[in-house]
Ligand binder design. Structure first.
Ligand SMILES: [Zn+2]
Length: 88
């Protein structure tokens, strides 16, 4: 396996998620929100997390993102290694 793979799409998604969470935090700190407004902010944050998880799990033509540091990708790599060992 080569050094850590880089994924532009993942970088972008992480950046968007980061700014969404930052903005939400600022808004929550700056004033009292109505229940509805807070729900809207939370929904926005969840959408970013959904995007991130979707990309990590299936963002590359239905395959996991190779740049993702997530257990699901780790499992995949471990399974590949085991398969290689078994057939070697
Ligand atoms: Zn990716």
């Amino acid at each position: 396996m080569a050094a850590k793979t880089h994924c532009e799409a993942l970088d972008q998604i992480l950046q968007e998620a980061d700014s969404t969470f930052r903005e939400a935090r600022e808004i929550r700190r700056s004033r009292d929100l109505s229940f509805y407004e807070d729900g809207e902010l939370t929904r926005g944050e969840h959408r970013k997390i959904d995007n991130l998880v979707k990309h990590l799990l299936a963002g590359h033509d239905g395959k996991p993102c190779p740049a993702g540091d997530r257990p699901i990708v780790g499992e995949q790599k471990r399974a590949e290694l085991l398969r290689k060992k078994a057939t070697a």
